[in-house]
Design a protein around this ligand. Structure first.
Ligand SMILES: Cc1cc2nc3c(=O)[nH]c(=O)nc-3n(C[C@H](O)[C@H](O)[C@H](O)COP(=O)(O)OP(=O)(O)OC[C@H]3O[C@@H](n4cnc5c(N)ncnc54)[C@H](O)[C@@H]3O)c2cc1C
Length: 466
Protein backbone atom coordinates (compact mmCIF):
# COMPACT_ATOMS: atom_id res chain seq x y z
CA UNK A 1 0.00 0.00 0.00
CA UNK A 2 1.19 3.50 -0.69
CA UNK A 3 0.56 5.70 2.30
CA UNK A 4 1.24 9.40 2.53
CA UNK A 5 0.42 10.13 6.11
CA UNK A 6 1.31 12.39 8.95
CA UNK A 7 2.03 10.36 12.01
CA UNK A 8 1.14 11.43 15.47
CA UNK A 9 2.31 9.15 18.22
CA UNK A 10 3.21 9.57 21.86
CA UNK A 11 6.68 10.94 22.42
CA UNK A 12 9.20 8.48 23.81
CA UNK A 13 12.15 10.30 25.36
CA UNK A 14 15.38 9.34 23.64
CA UNK A 15 17.80 7.19 25.66
CA UNK A 16 19.78 8.27 27.55
CA UNK A 17 17.79 11.34 28.62
CA UNK A 18 18.77 14.22 26.40
CA UNK A 19 17.86 17.78 25.71
CA UNK A 20 14.61 18.38 23.88
CA UNK A 21 15.15 17.22 20.33
CA UNK A 22 14.45 20.63 18.87
CA UNK A 23 17.31 22.25 20.75
CA UNK A 24 19.76 19.42 20.26
CA UNK A 25 23.31 20.68 19.80
CA UNK A 26 22.77 23.36 17.20
CA UNK A 27 26.08 23.90 15.52
CA UNK A 28 25.58 27.62 14.93
CA UNK A 29 28.49 29.56 16.27
CA UNK A 30 30.95 26.71 15.92
CA UNK A 31 34.27 28.14 14.76
CA UNK A 32 34.82 27.79 11.01
CA UNK A 33 37.23 24.96 10.22
CA UNK A 34 39.62 24.83 7.33
CA UNK A 35 38.20 23.21 4.19
CA UNK A 36 40.15 22.64 1.00
CA UNK A 37 38.31 23.59 -2.19
CA UNK A 38 38.39 20.88 -4.89
CA UNK A 39 39.78 23.30 -7.50
CA UNK A 40 42.62 24.35 -5.19
CA UNK A 41 43.48 20.72 -4.46
CA UNK A 42 43.55 19.94 -8.19
CA UNK A 43 45.75 22.99 -8.82
CA UNK A 44 48.19 21.90 -6.10
CA UNK A 45 48.34 18.36 -7.53
CA UNK A 46 48.90 19.73 -11.04
CA UNK A 47 51.55 22.16 -9.74
CA UNK A 48 53.41 19.23 -8.17
CA UNK A 49 53.22 17.30 -11.42
CA UNK A 50 54.66 20.24 -13.38
CA UNK A 51 57.52 20.48 -10.86
CA UNK A 52 58.23 16.78 -11.40
CA UNK A 53 58.29 17.26 -15.17
CA UNK A 54 60.60 20.26 -14.73
CA UNK A 55 62.99 17.93 -12.91
CA UNK A 56 63.27 15.74 -16.00
CA UNK A 57 63.57 18.78 -18.27
CA UNK A 58 66.36 20.34 -16.23
CA UNK A 59 68.60 17.25 -16.27
CA UNK A 60 68.00 16.16 -19.86
CA UNK A 61 70.23 18.31 -22.09
CA UNK A 62 69.36 16.56 -25.35
CA UNK A 63 67.60 13.50 -26.78
CA UNK A 64 69.00 11.64 -29.81
CA UNK A 65 67.57 8.65 -31.58
CA UNK A 66 64.77 6.18 -30.85
CA UNK A 67 66.49 4.65 -27.82
CA UNK A 68 66.77 8.05 -26.13
CA UNK A 69 63.18 8.95 -26.92
CA UNK A 70 61.88 5.70 -25.49
CA UNK A 71 64.07 5.92 -22.40
CA UNK A 72 63.15 9.58 -21.92
CA UNK A 73 59.43 8.81 -22.14
CA UNK A 74 59.94 5.93 -19.69
CA UNK A 75 61.77 8.22 -17.26
CA UNK A 76 59.05 10.86 -17.41
CA UNK A 77 56.45 8.18 -16.69
CA UNK A 78 58.60 6.81 -13.84
CA UNK A 79 58.74 10.24 -12.22
CA UNK A 80 54.99 10.65 -12.71
CA UNK A 81 54.34 7.25 -11.13
CA UNK A 82 56.59 8.06 -8.15
CA UNK A 83 54.68 11.30 -7.65
CA UNK A 84 51.30 9.69 -8.36
CA UNK A 85 51.57 7.09 -5.59
CA UNK A 86 52.34 9.83 -3.07
CA UNK A 87 49.26 11.79 -4.17
CA UNK A 88 47.10 8.64 -3.97
CA UNK A 89 48.27 7.94 -0.41
CA UNK A 90 47.83 11.60 0.60
CA UNK A 91 44.21 11.56 -0.63
CA UNK A 92 43.51 8.66 1.74
CA UNK A 93 45.51 10.07 4.68
CA UNK A 94 42.28 11.42 6.25
CA UNK A 95 43.63 14.97 6.32
CA UNK A 96 40.91 17.06 7.97
CA UNK A 97 40.90 19.93 5.40
CA UNK A 98 40.56 17.41 2.55
CA UNK A 99 37.90 15.36 4.34
CA UNK A 100 35.89 18.50 5.12
CA UNK A 101 36.38 20.22 1.79
CA UNK A 102 36.10 17.34 -0.65
CA UNK A 103 34.36 14.66 1.38
CA UNK A 104 35.35 11.02 1.77
CA UNK A 105 33.29 9.82 -1.18
CA UNK A 106 34.90 12.30 -3.61
CA UNK A 107 38.38 11.55 -2.22
CA UNK A 108 37.70 7.84 -2.66
CA UNK A 109 36.55 8.42 -6.25
CA UNK A 110 39.66 10.47 -7.05
CA UNK A 111 41.84 7.82 -5.40
CA UNK A 112 40.21 5.02 -7.42
CA UNK A 113 40.46 6.93 -10.70
CA UNK A 114 44.04 8.08 -9.96
CA UNK A 115 44.96 4.51 -9.02
CA UNK A 116 43.95 3.29 -12.47
CA UNK A 117 46.13 5.98 -14.14
CA UNK A 118 49.11 5.32 -11.87
CA UNK A 119 49.04 1.55 -12.44
CA UNK A 120 48.85 2.13 -16.21
CA UNK A 121 51.73 4.62 -16.02
CA UNK A 122 53.87 2.15 -14.02
CA UNK A 123 53.36 -0.58 -16.62
CA UNK A 124 54.11 1.86 -19.47
CA UNK A 125 57.22 3.11 -17.59
CA UNK A 126 58.62 -0.41 -17.25
CA UNK A 127 57.94 -1.26 -20.90
CA UNK A 128 59.31 1.97 -22.37
CA UNK A 129 62.49 2.02 -20.25
CA UNK A 130 63.25 -1.61 -21.09
CA UNK A 131 62.53 -1.04 -24.77
CA UNK A 132 64.65 2.12 -24.82
CA UNK A 133 67.63 0.33 -23.24
CA UNK A 134 67.14 -2.59 -25.60
CA UNK A 135 67.24 -0.31 -28.66
CA UNK A 136 70.33 1.54 -27.38
CA UNK A 137 72.14 -1.73 -26.55
CA UNK A 138 70.94 -3.46 -29.78
CA UNK A 139 69.41 -6.22 -27.66
CA UNK A 140 66.08 -8.02 -27.75
CA UNK A 141 63.39 -6.80 -25.35
CA UNK A 142 63.31 -10.05 -23.31
CA UNK A 143 67.11 -10.22 -23.04
CA UNK A 144 67.28 -6.62 -21.90
CA UNK A 145 64.53 -7.20 -19.32
CA UNK A 146 66.49 -10.19 -17.97
CA UNK A 147 69.70 -8.15 -17.80
CA UNK A 148 67.99 -5.33 -15.92
CA UNK A 149 66.42 -7.71 -13.43
CA UNK A 150 69.64 -9.63 -12.77
CA UNK A 151 72.07 -6.73 -12.73
CA UNK A 152 70.10 -4.19 -10.74
CA UNK A 153 68.65 -5.45 -7.41
CA UNK A 154 66.60 -2.25 -7.05
CA UNK A 155 64.97 -2.91 -10.41
CA UNK A 156 64.00 -6.38 -9.18
CA UNK A 157 62.43 -4.87 -6.04
CA UNK A 158 60.65 -2.24 -8.10
CA UNK A 159 59.33 -4.95 -10.41
CA UNK A 160 57.88 -6.81 -7.42
CA UNK A 161 56.38 -3.48 -6.25
CA UNK A 162 54.88 -2.85 -9.70
CA UNK A 163 53.35 -6.34 -9.77
CA UNK A 164 51.89 -5.79 -6.31
CA UNK A 165 50.31 -2.51 -7.44
CA UNK A 166 48.93 -4.12 -10.61
CA UNK A 167 47.45 -6.88 -8.41
CA UNK A 168 45.86 -4.37 -6.04
CA UNK A 169 44.49 -2.46 -9.04
CA UNK A 170 43.00 -5.70 -10.39
CA UNK A 171 41.24 -6.62 -7.13
CA UNK A 172 39.91 -3.07 -6.88
CA UNK A 173 38.17 -3.32 -10.25
CA UNK A 174 34.42 -3.21 -9.72
CA UNK A 175 33.85 -6.71 -11.09
CA UNK A 176 36.44 -8.27 -8.76
CA UNK A 177 35.33 -6.29 -5.71
CA UNK A 178 31.80 -7.56 -6.02
CA UNK A 179 33.04 -11.08 -5.25
CA UNK A 180 35.19 -10.07 -2.29
CA UNK A 181 34.41 -9.21 1.31
CA UNK A 182 35.01 -5.52 2.00
CA UNK A 183 37.61 -6.35 4.65
CA UNK A 184 39.58 -8.65 2.30
CA UNK A 185 39.77 -5.88 -0.27
CA UNK A 186 40.60 -3.30 2.39
CA UNK A 187 43.45 -5.28 3.96
CA UNK A 188 44.88 -6.24 0.57
CA UNK A 189 45.25 -2.50 0.04
CA UNK A 190 47.87 -2.40 2.81
CA UNK A 191 50.29 -4.09 0.40
CA UNK A 192 50.42 -0.70 -1.31
CA UNK A 193 52.65 0.53 1.51
CA UNK A 194 54.97 -2.44 1.00
CA UNK A 195 55.06 -1.73 -2.74
CA UNK A 196 55.92 1.93 -2.15
CA UNK A 197 58.71 0.97 0.26
CA UNK A 198 60.10 -1.58 -2.22
CA UNK A 199 60.08 0.90 -5.10
CA UNK A 200 61.54 3.82 -3.17
CA UNK A 201 65.24 2.87 -3.33
CA UNK A 202 64.86 2.12 -7.06
CA UNK A 203 64.03 5.75 -7.67
CA UNK A 204 67.28 6.99 -6.11
CA UNK A 205 69.49 4.09 -7.24
CA UNK A 206 68.37 4.02 -10.88
CA UNK A 207 66.56 7.32 -11.47
CA UNK A 208 68.81 9.55 -13.58
CA UNK A 209 67.03 12.66 -12.28
CA UNK A 210 68.16 11.94 -8.73
CA UNK A 211 71.60 10.39 -9.30
CA UNK A 212 73.45 13.70 -9.53
CA UNK A 213 71.00 16.10 -7.93
CA UNK A 214 71.20 16.18 -4.15
CA UNK A 215 68.52 18.88 -3.83
CA UNK A 216 66.08 16.80 -5.89
CA UNK A 217 66.82 13.76 -3.71
CA UNK A 218 66.20 15.74 -0.54
CA UNK A 219 62.95 17.25 -1.86
CA UNK A 220 61.69 13.84 -3.06
CA UNK A 221 62.53 12.11 0.23
CA UNK A 222 60.91 14.99 2.16
CA UNK A 223 57.71 14.59 0.12
CA UNK A 224 57.56 10.86 0.90
CA UNK A 225 58.39 11.40 4.58
CA UNK A 226 55.79 14.16 4.93
CA UNK A 227 53.02 11.99 3.49
CA UNK A 228 54.10 9.00 5.61
CA UNK A 229 54.01 11.20 8.72
CA UNK A 230 50.53 12.49 7.82
CA UNK A 231 49.24 8.93 7.35
CA UNK A 232 50.67 7.78 10.68
CA UNK A 233 49.36 10.86 12.46
CA UNK A 234 45.84 11.03 11.06
CA UNK A 235 45.09 7.34 10.60
CA UNK A 236 46.82 5.97 13.69
CA UNK A 237 47.91 8.40 16.37
CA UNK A 238 45.07 10.91 16.18
CA UNK A 239 42.24 8.35 16.60
CA UNK A 240 44.08 6.84 19.59
CA UNK A 241 44.67 10.31 21.05
CA UNK A 242 40.97 11.09 20.64
CA UNK A 243 40.00 7.79 22.26
CA UNK A 244 42.10 8.64 25.30
CA UNK A 245 40.94 12.25 25.48
CA UNK A 246 37.23 11.54 24.96
CA UNK A 247 37.04 8.11 26.67
CA UNK A 248 34.40 6.81 24.24
CA UNK A 249 32.33 3.92 25.62
CA UNK A 250 29.06 2.27 24.73
CA UNK A 251 26.53 3.57 27.25
CA UNK A 252 23.32 2.30 25.68
CA UNK A 253 21.91 0.03 23.00
CA UNK A 254 18.33 0.41 21.92
CA UNK A 255 16.43 -1.68 19.40
CA UNK A 256 14.54 0.61 17.02
CA UNK A 257 13.00 -2.09 14.81
CA UNK A 258 13.50 -5.75 13.95
CA UNK A 259 16.79 -5.04 12.15
CA UNK A 260 17.80 -1.56 13.32
CA UNK A 261 19.57 -0.63 16.56
CA UNK A 262 20.78 2.64 18.03
CA UNK A 263 24.08 2.69 19.89
CA UNK A 264 24.76 5.46 22.37
CA UNK A 265 28.43 6.29 22.78
CA UNK A 266 29.28 8.22 25.90
CA UNK A 267 32.42 10.24 26.45
CA UNK A 268 33.74 13.55 27.63
CA UNK A 269 34.35 16.88 25.88
CA UNK A 270 32.49 15.60 22.81
CA UNK A 271 31.62 19.19 21.85
CA UNK A 272 35.32 19.63 20.98
CA UNK A 273 34.79 17.25 18.06
CA UNK A 274 32.55 19.87 16.41
CA UNK A 275 30.55 17.20 14.64
CA UNK A 276 27.78 18.54 12.42
CA UNK A 277 24.46 16.97 11.48
CA UNK A 278 24.88 14.71 8.47
CA UNK A 279 28.46 13.72 9.34
CA UNK A 280 29.78 10.29 10.14
CA UNK A 281 32.56 8.69 12.17
CA UNK A 282 34.48 5.48 11.59
CA UNK A 283 33.71 3.40 14.65
CA UNK A 284 35.92 0.71 16.08
CA UNK A 285 34.23 -1.13 18.93
CA UNK A 286 36.86 -2.78 21.09
CA UNK A 287 34.90 -5.95 21.81
CA UNK A 288 36.36 -9.42 21.29
CA UNK A 289 34.93 -9.95 17.81
CA UNK A 290 34.75 -6.38 16.45
CA UNK A 291 37.99 -4.65 17.50
CA UNK A 292 39.82 -5.40 14.26
CA UNK A 293 37.64 -3.40 11.86
CA UNK A 294 36.22 0.11 11.83
CA UNK A 295 33.00 0.95 9.99
CA UNK A 296 31.42 4.25 8.98
CA UNK A 297 28.08 5.16 10.58
CA UNK A 298 26.42 8.57 10.58
CA UNK A 299 25.30 10.36 13.69
CA UNK A 300 21.56 10.00 14.09
CA UNK A 301 21.39 12.82 16.62
CA UNK A 302 23.71 15.71 17.28
CA UNK A 303 26.28 14.96 19.90
CA UNK A 304 25.88 16.36 23.35
CA UNK A 305 29.07 17.03 25.28
CA UNK A 306 28.61 13.61 26.92
CA UNK A 307 26.93 11.33 24.39
CA UNK A 308 26.59 10.60 20.66
CA UNK A 309 24.19 8.29 18.89
CA UNK A 310 24.39 6.17 15.75
CA UNK A 311 21.62 4.07 14.26
CA UNK A 312 22.51 0.98 12.28
CA UNK A 313 20.65 -1.46 10.05
CA UNK A 314 21.78 -5.08 10.00
CA UNK A 315 23.63 -5.45 6.70
CA UNK A 316 26.18 -8.09 7.63
CA UNK A 317 28.73 -9.24 10.19
CA UNK A 318 29.58 -5.89 11.74
CA UNK A 319 26.29 -4.03 11.65
CA UNK A 320 24.46 -7.20 12.71
CA UNK A 321 26.65 -7.64 15.80
CA UNK A 322 26.18 -4.14 17.20
CA UNK A 323 22.89 -4.97 18.91
CA UNK A 324 24.78 -7.34 21.25
CA UNK A 325 27.48 -4.87 22.28
CA UNK A 326 28.04 -4.99 26.03
CA UNK A 327 27.52 -1.70 27.84
CA UNK A 328 30.90 -0.26 28.74
CA UNK A 329 32.63 -1.46 25.53
CA UNK A 330 35.44 0.94 24.72
CA UNK A 331 35.28 2.67 21.33
CA UNK A 332 37.76 4.35 19.00
CA UNK A 333 35.89 6.94 16.93
CA UNK A 334 37.61 8.54 13.96
CA UNK A 335 36.06 11.69 12.59
CA UNK A 336 33.87 13.57 12.15
CA UNK A 337 33.98 13.15 8.37
CA UNK A 338 31.75 14.04 5.47
CA UNK A 339 30.40 17.05 3.62
CA UNK A 340 26.74 16.08 3.79
CA UNK A 341 26.05 19.08 5.98
CA UNK A 342 23.13 21.49 5.59
CA UNK A 343 24.16 24.79 4.04
CA UNK A 344 22.78 28.00 5.52
CA UNK A 345 21.16 29.43 2.38
CA UNK A 346 17.93 30.78 3.83
CA UNK A 347 15.90 28.56 1.45
CA UNK A 348 13.32 26.03 2.58
CA UNK A 349 14.67 22.55 3.06
CA UNK A 350 13.36 19.14 2.02
CA UNK A 351 14.91 16.07 3.63
CA UNK A 352 14.26 12.88 1.70
CA UNK A 353 15.11 9.65 3.52
CA UNK A 354 14.90 6.12 2.16
CA UNK A 355 14.98 3.28 4.70
CA UNK A 356 18.37 3.14 6.41
CA UNK A 357 19.15 6.65 5.08
CA UNK A 358 17.19 8.20 7.92
CA UNK A 359 20.01 8.58 10.56
CA UNK A 360 21.84 11.62 9.14
CA UNK A 361 18.55 13.25 8.13
CA UNK A 362 17.12 12.69 11.60
CA UNK A 363 20.11 14.64 12.98
CA UNK A 364 19.58 17.45 10.46
CA UNK A 365 15.84 17.55 11.08
CA UNK A 366 16.45 18.45 14.74
CA UNK A 367 18.54 21.51 14.03
CA UNK A 368 17.41 23.06 10.75
CA UNK A 369 15.41 26.23 11.17
CA UNK A 370 11.77 25.81 10.12
CA UNK A 371 10.18 25.39 7.67
CA UNK A 372 11.55 21.94 6.94
CA UNK A 373 9.79 19.01 5.30
CA UNK A 374 10.91 15.43 5.86
CA UNK A 375 9.74 12.72 3.48
CA UNK A 376 10.46 9.30 4.89
CA UNK A 377 10.24 6.45 2.39
CA UNK A 378 10.07 2.95 3.88
CA UNK A 379 8.92 -0.50 2.81
CA UNK A 380 6.26 -0.64 5.50
CA UNK A 381 5.25 0.68 8.93
CA UNK A 382 7.51 -1.90 10.64
CA UNK A 383 10.55 -0.38 8.93
CA UNK A 384 9.94 3.14 10.21
CA UNK A 385 12.29 4.19 13.02
CA UNK A 386 12.32 7.35 15.16
CA UNK A 387 8.57 7.85 14.58
CA UNK A 388 8.05 9.42 18.00
CA UNK A 389 11.15 11.58 17.83
CA UNK A 390 10.27 12.89 14.40
CA UNK A 391 6.78 13.77 15.57
CA UNK A 392 8.14 15.58 18.60
CA UNK A 393 10.59 17.57 16.50
CA UNK A 394 7.92 18.39 13.92
CA UNK A 395 5.54 19.60 16.61
CA UNK A 396 8.15 21.63 18.37
CA UNK A 397 9.42 23.36 15.24
CA UNK A 398 6.37 23.56 13.01
CA UNK A 399 8.03 21.18 10.57
CA UNK A 400 6.28 18.55 8.46
CA UNK A 401 6.82 14.79 8.21
CA UNK A 402 5.35 12.72 5.37
CA UNK A 403 5.61 8.94 5.40
CA UNK A 404 5.68 7.22 2.04
CA UNK A 405 5.16 3.54 2.74
CA UNK A 406 5.05 0.43 0.58
CA UNK A 407 7.72 -1.51 -1.27
CA UNK A 408 8.18 -0.87 -4.98
CA UNK A 409 7.49 -4.55 -5.71
CA UNK A 410 4.18 -4.47 -3.90
CA UNK A 411 3.25 -1.11 -5.38
CA UNK A 412 4.32 -2.15 -8.86
CA UNK A 413 5.86 1.31 -9.42
CA UNK A 414 8.19 3.86 -7.91
CA UNK A 415 6.17 6.19 -5.68
CA UNK A 416 8.84 8.89 -5.76
CA UNK A 417 7.70 10.72 -8.89
CA UNK A 418 8.02 14.41 -9.70
CA UNK A 419 4.23 14.77 -9.51
CA UNK A 420 4.01 13.12 -6.10
CA UNK A 421 6.88 15.21 -4.72
CA UNK A 422 5.39 18.45 -6.06
CA UNK A 423 2.07 17.50 -4.48
CA UNK A 424 3.64 16.91 -1.05
CA UNK A 425 6.02 19.87 -1.07
CA UNK A 426 4.56 23.09 -2.43
CA UNK A 427 7.23 25.28 -4.06
CA UNK A 428 9.57 22.29 -4.26
CA UNK A 429 11.73 23.90 -6.96
CA UNK A 430 12.76 26.62 -4.49
CA UNK A 431 14.02 24.13 -1.86
CA UNK A 432 17.44 22.83 -0.93
CA UNK A 433 17.11 19.05 -0.88
CA UNK A 434 19.12 16.46 1.09
CA UNK A 435 18.66 12.85 0.04
CA UNK A 436 19.96 9.73 1.77
CA UNK A 437 18.98 6.14 1.13
CA UNK A 438 19.87 3.00 -0.81
CA UNK A 439 21.59 3.66 -4.17
CA UNK A 440 18.56 2.77 -6.33
CA UNK A 441 16.20 4.95 -4.33
CA UNK A 442 18.68 7.85 -4.30
CA UNK A 443 19.15 7.73 -8.08
CA UNK A 444 15.43 7.69 -8.82
CA UNK A 445 14.74 10.39 -6.21
CA UNK A 446 17.37 12.68 -7.75
CA UNK A 447 15.90 12.11 -11.21
CA UNK A 448 12.39 12.89 -9.90
CA UNK A 449 13.59 16.02 -8.09
CA UNK A 450 15.26 17.29 -11.25
CA UNK A 451 12.09 16.58 -13.21
CA UNK A 452 10.19 18.53 -10.55
CA UNK A 453 12.38 21.56 -11.31
CA UNK A 454 14.92 21.44 -8.45
CA UNK A 455 18.31 22.60 -9.82
CA UNK A 456 20.91 19.81 -9.55
CA UNK A 457 23.28 21.96 -7.49
CA UNK A 458 20.63 22.23 -4.78
CA UNK A 459 20.24 18.46 -4.49
CA UNK A 460 22.74 17.02 -2.01
CA UNK A 461 23.06 13.34 -1.31
CA UNK A 462 25.02 10.97 0.88
CA UNK A 463 26.06 7.59 -0.38
CA UNK A 464 26.49 4.81 2.15
CA UNK A 465 29.11 3.23 -0.11
CA UNK A 466 32.70 4.23 -0.81
C1 LIG B 1 29.54 7.60 4.91
C2 LIG B 1 28.75 6.38 5.35
C3 LIG B 1 27.80 6.51 6.35
C4 LIG B 1 27.05 5.39 6.74
N1 LIG B 1 26.10 5.54 7.71
C5 LIG B 1 25.34 4.48 8.05
C6 LIG B 1 24.33 4.61 9.06
O1 LIG B 1 24.13 5.67 9.65
N2 LIG B 1 23.58 3.51 9.34
C7 LIG B 1 23.78 2.31 8.70
O2 LIG B 1 23.06 1.35 9.00
N3 LIG B 1 24.73 2.16 7.75
C8 LIG B 1 25.52 3.22 7.42
N4 LIG B 1 26.50 3.06 6.48
C9 LIG B 1 26.67 1.74 5.85
C10 LIG B 1 27.53 0.87 6.78
O3 LIG B 1 28.82 1.40 6.92
C11 LIG B 1 27.65 -0.55 6.19
O4 LIG B 1 26.36 -1.08 6.04
C12 LIG B 1 28.43 -1.44 7.13
O5 LIG B 1 29.78 -1.01 7.22
C13 LIG B 1 28.33 -2.86 6.60
O6 LIG B 1 29.27 -3.69 7.26
P1 LIG B 1 28.88 -5.21 7.61
O7 LIG B 1 30.10 -5.92 8.04
O8 LIG B 1 27.73 -5.20 8.55
O9 LIG B 1 28.32 -5.77 6.25
P2 LIG B 1 29.11 -6.39 5.02
O10 LIG B 1 28.23 -7.43 4.44
O11 LIG B 1 30.52 -6.75 5.40
O12 LIG B 1 29.22 -5.15 4.03
C14 LIG B 1 28.14 -4.70 3.27
C15 LIG B 1 28.63 -3.53 2.43
O13 LIG B 1 28.95 -2.43 3.31
C16 LIG B 1 30.14 -1.76 2.85
N5 LIG B 1 31.15 -1.85 3.92
C17 LIG B 1 31.44 -2.94 4.66
N6 LIG B 1 32.41 -2.66 5.54
C18 LIG B 1 32.75 -1.37 5.33
C19 LIG B 1 33.71 -0.48 5.92
N7 LIG B 1 34.51 -0.88 6.91
N8 LIG B 1 33.80 0.80 5.43
C20 LIG B 1 33.00 1.21 4.43
N9 LIG B 1 32.07 0.43 3.85
C21 LIG B 1 31.95 -0.83 4.28
C22 LIG B 1 30.59 -2.44 1.59
O14 LIG B 1 30.05 -1.73 0.48
C23 LIG B 1 29.96 -3.80 1.68
O15 LIG B 1 29.73 -4.34 0.41
C24 LIG B 1 27.25 4.14 6.11
C25 LIG B 1 28.23 4.03 5.12
C26 LIG B 1 28.98 5.12 4.74
C27 LIG B 1 30.02 4.97 3.67
Amino acid sequence: MLGVERRSAPVAPPFPPSRPAAREGACDGAPARRRAAPTIVLLVITGGLLAVLALWWSDTPSVHGLGDYLTGAGRILGLMAGYGVVVLVALMARLPPLERGLGTDRLTRWHAMGGRYVVTIIVAHALLITWGYAVTAHEGLINEAGTLLISYPDVLMATVAGLLLVGIGAVSARAARRHMAYETWYYLHFYTYLAIALAFSHQFADGASFASDLKARIAWAALYLLVAALVVWYRLINPLRNAVRHQFRVVGVRRESADVVSIYIGGRYLDELQAEPGQFFRWRFLSRNLWWSSHPYSLSALPRPDVMRITVKDHGDHSGALGDLPIGTRVVAEGPYGTFIPEQTGRRVLLLAGGVGIPPLRAMFAMLPAPVTLIYRASGPGDVVFGDELEAIARDRGATVHYLLGSRDRLGRDPLTAGQLNHMVPGLHRHDVYVCGPAGMTDSAIAALKAAGVPRKRIHHESFEF
